[in-house]
Design a protein around this ligand. Sequence first.
Ligand code: TYM
Length: 331
Amino acid sequence: MADPKPIIFSGIQPTGSKHLGNFIGAIRQYVEGQDRGEPAIFCVVDLHSISVPYDPGDLRERVLDTAAILLAAGLDPERCIFFRQSDVREHTEMTWLLSAVTSHGDLDRMTQFKEKVGKARELASAALFYYPVLMASDVLVYRATEVPVGEDQRQHVELMREIARRFNARFGDTLVVPELVLPEVGARIMDLQEPERKMSTTGGTEQGTVLVLDDEKTIRKKVGSAVTDSGREVRAAPDKPGVTNLIDILAVARGTGRAEIEREFDGAGYGDFKKAVADGVVDLLGPVRERYEELRPDEAALEATLAAGAEKAREIAAATMVDVRARMGFG
Ligand code: TYM
Protein backbone atom coordinates (compact mmCIF):
# COMPACT_ATOMS: atom_id res chain seq x y z
CA MET A 1 0.00 0.00 0.00
CA ALA A 2 1.24 3.52 -0.75
CA ASP A 3 2.29 5.61 2.24
CA PRO A 4 -0.47 7.93 3.49
CA LYS A 5 0.02 11.54 2.43
CA PRO A 6 1.83 13.72 4.95
CA ILE A 7 0.12 16.41 6.97
CA ILE A 8 2.39 19.42 6.53
CA PHE A 9 2.52 22.43 8.84
CA SER A 10 4.74 25.47 8.89
CA GLY A 11 4.59 29.01 10.23
CA ILE A 12 6.22 32.30 9.34
CA GLN A 13 6.53 35.49 11.36
CA PRO A 14 4.90 38.72 10.25
CA THR A 15 7.74 40.79 11.71
CA GLY A 16 10.15 42.62 9.42
CA SER A 17 10.55 42.05 5.75
CA LYS A 18 10.88 38.53 4.45
CA HIS A 19 14.30 37.83 2.95
CA LEU A 20 16.00 35.46 0.53
CA GLY A 21 16.83 33.08 3.41
CA ASN A 22 13.14 32.76 4.30
CA PHE A 23 12.31 32.30 0.64
CA ILE A 24 14.90 29.62 -0.09
CA GLY A 25 14.84 27.85 3.28
CA ALA A 26 11.10 27.84 3.84
CA ILE A 27 8.63 29.51 1.44
CA ARG A 28 9.86 27.46 -1.53
CA GLN A 29 9.22 24.28 0.47
CA TYR A 30 5.69 25.41 1.37
CA VAL A 31 4.81 25.88 -2.28
CA GLU A 32 6.24 22.48 -3.15
CA GLY A 33 4.38 20.87 -0.22
CA GLN A 34 0.92 22.03 -1.29
CA ASP A 35 0.28 19.07 -3.53
CA ARG A 36 2.03 16.55 -1.28
CA GLY A 37 0.26 17.48 1.91
CA GLU A 38 -3.18 16.35 2.87
CA PRO A 39 -3.63 18.92 4.06
CA ALA A 40 -0.70 21.34 3.84
CA ILE A 41 -1.23 24.04 6.46
CA PHE A 42 0.59 27.39 6.55
CA CYS A 43 0.19 30.10 9.09
CA VAL A 44 1.27 33.70 9.69
CA VAL A 45 2.28 33.53 13.33
CA ASP A 46 1.17 36.89 14.70
CA LEU A 47 0.96 35.57 18.28
CA HIS A 48 4.69 34.85 18.19
CA SER A 49 5.49 38.41 17.18
CA ILE A 50 4.32 39.88 20.50
CA SER A 51 7.28 38.19 22.21
CA VAL A 52 9.42 41.20 21.27
CA PRO A 53 8.44 44.90 21.47
CA TYR A 54 5.97 45.71 18.68
CA ASP A 55 3.43 48.28 17.55
CA PRO A 56 -0.18 47.03 17.74
CA GLY A 57 -1.24 49.49 15.02
CA ASP A 58 1.33 47.96 12.73
CA LEU A 59 0.75 44.26 13.36
CA ARG A 60 -2.23 43.79 11.07
CA GLU A 61 -0.36 45.53 8.22
CA ARG A 62 2.63 43.23 8.67
CA VAL A 63 0.36 40.17 8.65
CA LEU A 64 -1.15 41.32 5.35
CA ASP A 65 2.31 42.05 3.89
CA THR A 66 3.44 38.55 4.77
CA ALA A 67 0.23 36.95 3.53
CA ALA A 68 0.57 38.75 0.20
CA ILE A 69 4.21 37.63 -0.13
CA LEU A 70 3.27 33.99 0.43
CA LEU A 71 0.39 34.14 -2.03
CA ALA A 72 2.62 35.91 -4.55
CA ALA A 73 5.22 33.17 -4.10
CA GLY A 74 2.66 30.57 -5.09
CA LEU A 75 0.58 29.50 -2.10
CA ASP A 76 -2.83 28.65 -3.45
CA PRO A 77 -5.68 28.70 -0.89
CA GLU A 78 -7.46 26.09 -3.01
CA ARG A 79 -4.61 23.64 -2.48
CA CYS A 80 -3.59 24.46 1.09
CA ILE A 81 -4.94 25.87 4.33
CA PHE A 82 -3.54 29.36 4.83
CA PHE A 83 -4.50 31.45 7.86
CA ARG A 84 -3.54 33.84 10.65
CA GLN A 85 -2.52 32.15 13.90
CA SER A 86 -4.50 34.44 16.24
CA ASP A 87 -7.73 33.59 14.38
CA VAL A 88 -7.57 30.02 15.70
CA ARG A 89 -7.71 30.17 19.49
CA GLU A 90 -6.96 26.50 19.91
CA HIS A 91 -3.25 27.37 19.49
CA THR A 92 -3.22 29.35 22.73
CA GLU A 93 -5.23 26.82 24.72
CA MET A 94 -2.95 24.04 23.49
CA THR A 95 0.10 26.07 24.57
CA TRP A 96 -1.06 26.10 28.17
CA LEU A 97 -1.90 22.41 28.18
CA LEU A 98 1.45 21.45 26.64
CA SER A 99 3.29 23.48 29.26
CA ALA A 100 2.47 20.60 31.64
CA VAL A 101 4.90 18.37 29.73
CA THR A 102 7.55 21.03 29.00
CA SER A 103 10.21 21.72 31.57
CA HIS A 104 11.80 25.02 32.46
CA GLY A 105 15.13 23.40 31.61
CA ASP A 106 13.96 22.55 28.08
CA LEU A 107 13.20 26.19 27.38
CA ASP A 108 16.35 27.37 29.09
CA ARG A 109 18.43 25.35 26.62
CA MET A 110 16.96 26.97 23.49
CA THR A 111 19.80 28.68 21.66
CA GLN A 112 17.52 31.10 19.80
CA PHE A 113 16.25 32.44 23.12
CA LYS A 114 19.80 32.84 24.39
CA GLU A 115 20.90 34.57 21.19
CA LYS A 116 17.91 36.89 21.17
CA VAL A 117 18.12 38.01 24.79
CA GLY A 118 21.89 38.20 25.06
CA LYS A 119 22.75 39.77 28.38
CA ALA A 120 19.30 41.33 28.87
CA ARG A 121 17.78 38.08 30.15
CA GLU A 122 15.93 39.68 33.05
CA LEU A 123 14.15 42.06 30.71
CA ALA A 124 13.08 39.51 28.10
CA SER A 125 9.34 38.86 27.98
CA ALA A 126 8.00 35.60 29.36
CA ALA A 127 6.45 35.23 25.88
CA LEU A 128 9.93 35.03 24.33
CA PHE A 129 10.86 32.27 26.76
CA TYR A 130 7.60 30.48 25.97
CA TYR A 131 7.90 30.90 22.21
CA PRO A 132 8.86 27.23 21.57
CA VAL A 133 5.77 25.93 23.42
CA LEU A 134 3.47 28.01 21.21
CA MET A 135 5.41 26.73 18.23
CA ALA A 136 4.93 23.13 19.39
CA SER A 137 1.22 23.80 19.76
CA ASP A 138 1.01 25.19 16.22
CA VAL A 139 2.21 21.89 14.84
CA LEU A 140 0.84 19.34 17.32
CA VAL A 141 -2.71 20.73 17.29
CA TYR A 142 -2.94 19.63 13.62
CA ARG A 143 -1.19 16.30 14.26
CA ALA A 144 1.16 17.32 11.46
CA THR A 145 3.68 14.74 10.28
CA GLU A 146 6.13 17.12 8.55
CA VAL A 147 7.48 20.53 9.45
CA PRO A 148 9.35 22.24 6.58
CA VAL A 149 11.69 24.90 8.01
CA GLY A 150 15.21 26.26 7.70
CA GLU A 151 18.12 24.90 9.76
CA ASP A 152 17.73 27.57 12.47
CA GLN A 153 14.45 25.95 13.58
CA ARG A 154 15.95 22.48 14.11
CA GLN A 155 16.14 22.75 17.89
CA HIS A 156 12.56 24.01 18.16
CA VAL A 157 11.31 21.07 16.08
CA GLU A 158 13.32 18.63 18.20
CA LEU A 159 11.67 20.07 21.31
CA MET A 160 8.16 19.73 19.86
CA ARG A 161 8.92 16.10 19.04
CA GLU A 162 9.94 15.56 22.64
CA ILE A 163 6.82 17.34 23.93
CA ALA A 164 4.59 15.09 21.78
CA ARG A 165 6.40 11.96 23.02
CA ARG A 166 6.08 13.03 26.64
CA PHE A 167 2.41 13.88 26.25
CA ASN A 168 1.73 10.45 24.76
CA ALA A 169 3.73 8.69 27.47
CA ARG A 170 1.95 10.58 30.26
CA PHE A 171 -1.64 10.74 28.93
CA GLY A 172 -1.86 8.00 26.29
CA ASP A 173 -1.32 8.00 22.54
CA THR A 174 -2.88 11.24 21.31
CA LEU A 175 -0.36 13.39 19.44
CA VAL A 176 1.78 12.77 16.37
CA VAL A 177 5.56 13.14 16.59
CA PRO A 178 6.37 15.32 13.54
CA GLU A 179 9.44 15.07 11.30
CA LEU A 180 11.81 17.95 10.63
CA VAL A 181 12.05 18.65 6.87
CA LEU A 182 15.01 20.72 5.66
CA PRO A 183 15.60 21.64 2.02
CA GLU A 184 18.46 19.74 0.38
CA VAL A 185 20.19 22.97 -0.62
CA GLY A 186 19.71 26.31 1.13
CA ALA A 187 18.65 25.28 4.66
CA ARG A 188 20.90 28.03 5.97
CA ILE A 189 21.42 31.01 3.67
CA MET A 190 24.14 33.28 4.99
CA ASP A 191 24.47 37.07 5.13
CA LEU A 192 26.15 38.29 1.92
CA GLN A 193 28.42 40.68 3.83
CA GLU A 194 29.17 38.45 6.82
CA PRO A 195 28.87 34.90 5.48
CA GLU A 196 29.61 33.34 8.83
CA ARG A 197 26.22 34.64 10.08
CA LYS A 198 22.83 33.54 8.80
CA MET A 199 20.85 35.97 6.70
CA SER A 200 18.37 37.70 9.00
CA THR A 201 16.55 41.03 9.16
CA THR A 202 17.18 41.30 12.89
CA GLY A 203 20.74 40.02 13.28
CA GLY A 204 22.33 40.54 9.84
CA THR A 205 23.65 43.47 7.83
CA GLU A 206 21.31 45.52 5.66
CA GLN A 207 23.53 45.27 2.59
CA GLY A 208 23.98 41.54 3.11
CA THR A 209 20.25 40.80 3.33
CA VAL A 210 18.32 40.50 0.07
CA LEU A 211 14.62 41.14 0.65
CA VAL A 212 11.98 39.29 -1.34
CA LEU A 213 10.55 42.71 -2.29
CA ASP A 214 13.85 44.37 -3.26
CA ASP A 215 13.84 45.82 -6.77
CA GLU A 216 16.22 44.59 -9.46
CA LYS A 217 18.74 47.38 -8.98
CA THR A 218 18.97 46.75 -5.23
CA ILE A 219 19.36 43.00 -5.72
CA ARG A 220 22.18 43.53 -8.24
CA LYS A 221 23.93 45.93 -5.89
CA LYS A 222 23.70 43.62 -2.88
CA VAL A 223 24.80 40.51 -4.78
CA GLY A 224 27.52 42.45 -6.61
CA SER A 225 29.05 43.60 -3.33
CA ALA A 226 28.81 40.17 -1.67
CA VAL A 227 31.94 39.15 0.21
CA THR A 228 33.79 36.26 -1.47
CA ASP A 229 37.38 35.45 -0.53
CA SER A 230 40.89 36.08 -1.78
CA GLY A 231 40.99 33.02 -4.09
CA ARG A 232 39.53 32.76 -7.58
CA GLU A 233 37.90 29.36 -7.58
CA VAL A 234 34.12 28.93 -7.65
CA ARG A 235 34.07 25.97 -5.30
CA ALA A 236 32.04 25.11 -2.21
CA ALA A 237 34.34 24.60 0.81
CA PRO A 238 34.27 25.30 4.55
CA ASP A 239 36.99 27.93 4.20
CA LYS A 240 35.00 29.70 1.44
CA PRO A 241 31.70 30.55 3.19
CA GLY A 242 30.88 33.53 0.95
CA VAL A 243 31.40 31.63 -2.32
CA THR A 244 29.65 28.53 -0.96
CA ASN A 245 26.62 30.64 -0.02
CA LEU A 246 26.46 32.17 -3.51
CA ILE A 247 26.77 28.71 -5.09
CA ASP A 248 23.83 27.51 -3.01
CA ILE A 249 21.75 30.54 -3.93
CA LEU A 250 22.44 30.05 -7.64
CA ALA A 251 21.82 26.30 -7.41
CA VAL A 252 18.38 26.97 -5.94
CA ALA A 253 17.60 29.71 -8.44
CA ARG A 254 18.51 27.38 -11.31
CA GLY A 255 16.97 24.27 -9.74
CA THR A 256 20.27 22.35 -9.88
CA GLY A 257 22.92 21.22 -7.39
CA ARG A 258 26.27 22.57 -6.21
CA ALA A 259 28.26 20.30 -8.53
CA GLU A 260 26.57 21.66 -11.68
CA ILE A 261 27.29 25.24 -10.65
CA GLU A 262 30.94 24.44 -9.83
CA ARG A 263 31.34 22.76 -13.21
CA GLU A 264 29.76 25.64 -15.13
CA PHE A 265 31.99 28.26 -13.47
CA ASP A 266 35.19 26.23 -13.45
CA GLY A 267 37.89 28.68 -14.50
CA ALA A 268 35.55 31.70 -14.58
CA GLY A 269 36.29 34.71 -12.34
CA TYR A 270 34.13 35.87 -9.45
CA GLY A 271 32.81 38.76 -11.57
CA ASP A 272 31.02 36.50 -14.07
CA PHE A 273 29.89 34.22 -11.29
CA LYS A 274 28.35 37.03 -9.24
CA LYS A 275 26.62 38.39 -12.34
CA ALA A 276 25.02 34.96 -12.85
CA VAL A 277 23.96 34.83 -9.19
CA ALA A 278 22.37 38.29 -9.48
CA ASP A 279 20.53 37.21 -12.67
CA GLY A 280 19.33 34.09 -10.89
CA VAL A 281 18.03 35.99 -7.86
CA VAL A 282 16.34 38.61 -10.05
CA ASP A 283 14.60 35.82 -12.00
CA LEU A 284 13.62 34.06 -8.77
CA LEU A 285 12.21 37.06 -6.91
CA GLY A 286 11.12 39.43 -9.71
CA PRO A 287 7.84 37.63 -10.47
CA VAL A 288 7.05 37.41 -6.74
CA ARG A 289 7.46 41.16 -6.30
CA GLU A 290 5.27 41.87 -9.34
CA ARG A 291 2.52 39.61 -8.11
CA TYR A 292 2.82 41.10 -4.61
CA GLU A 293 2.16 44.57 -6.02
CA GLU A 294 -1.07 43.26 -7.53
CA LEU A 295 -2.26 41.40 -4.43
CA ARG A 296 -1.26 43.68 -1.54
CA PRO A 297 -3.67 46.59 -2.19
CA ASP A 298 -6.77 44.39 -1.95
CA GLU A 299 -6.88 44.04 1.82
CA ALA A 300 -10.47 42.79 1.83
CA ALA A 301 -9.49 39.89 -0.42
CA LEU A 302 -6.47 39.06 1.75
CA GLU A 303 -8.61 39.14 4.89
CA ALA A 304 -11.22 36.93 3.23
CA THR A 305 -8.55 34.40 2.24
CA LEU A 306 -7.15 34.28 5.79
CA ALA A 307 -10.64 34.00 7.30
CA ALA A 308 -11.60 31.10 5.04
CA GLY A 309 -8.33 29.37 5.91
CA ALA A 310 -8.91 29.90 9.63
CA GLU A 311 -12.28 28.21 9.40
CA LYS A 312 -10.75 25.08 7.89
CA ALA A 313 -7.85 25.14 10.35
CA ARG A 314 -10.18 25.52 13.34
CA GLU A 315 -12.10 22.42 12.40
CA ILE A 316 -8.96 20.25 12.56
CA ALA A 317 -7.55 21.95 15.66
CA ALA A 318 -10.84 21.69 17.56
CA ALA A 319 -11.00 17.95 16.97
CA THR A 320 -7.50 17.50 18.44
CA MET A 321 -8.44 19.63 21.45
CA VAL A 322 -11.41 17.39 22.21
CA ASP A 323 -9.01 14.44 22.51
CA VAL A 324 -6.33 16.38 24.40
CA ARG A 325 -8.82 17.77 26.92
CA ALA A 326 -10.38 14.36 27.49
CA ARG A 327 -6.99 12.70 27.98
CA MET A 328 -5.96 15.35 30.47
CA GLY A 329 -9.13 15.01 32.50
CA PHE A 330 -10.95 18.23 31.61
CA GLY A 331 -14.62 18.77 30.86
P1 TYM B 1 10.65 33.03 10.69
O1 TYM B 1 9.54 33.90 10.19
O2 TYM B 1 11.75 33.65 11.45
O3 TYM B 1 11.31 32.28 9.48
C1 TYM B 1 10.50 31.63 8.54
C2 TYM B 1 11.25 30.44 7.97
O4 TYM B 1 12.45 30.89 7.31
C3 TYM B 1 13.54 30.06 7.72
N1 TYM B 1 14.77 30.87 7.67
C4 TYM B 1 15.84 30.56 6.94
N2 TYM B 1 16.12 29.54 6.10
C5 TYM B 1 17.32 29.52 5.50
N3 TYM B 1 18.28 30.48 5.69
C6 TYM B 1 18.07 31.51 6.52
N4 TYM B 1 19.00 32.46 6.69
C7 TYM B 1 16.80 31.59 7.19
N5 TYM B 1 16.25 32.48 8.06
C8 TYM B 1 15.02 32.01 8.35
C9 TYM B 1 13.18 29.63 9.13
O5 TYM B 1 13.87 28.46 9.49
C10 TYM B 1 11.68 29.42 9.04
O6 TYM B 1 11.38 28.13 8.56
N6 TYM B 1 9.68 30.11 14.63
C11 TYM B 1 9.38 30.25 13.21
C12 TYM B 1 7.91 30.45 12.93
C13 TYM B 1 7.00 29.37 13.44
C14 TYM B 1 6.93 28.02 12.99
C15 TYM B 1 5.88 27.43 13.75
C16 TYM B 1 7.64 27.30 12.04
C17 TYM B 1 6.04 29.52 14.40
N7 TYM B 1 5.38 28.37 14.57
C18 TYM B 1 5.55 26.08 13.56
C19 TYM B 1 7.29 25.94 11.87
C20 TYM B 1 6.26 25.36 12.63
C21 TYM B 1 10.16 31.46 12.72
O7 TYM B 1 10.81 32.12 13.45
O8 TYM B 1 9.98 31.79 11.46
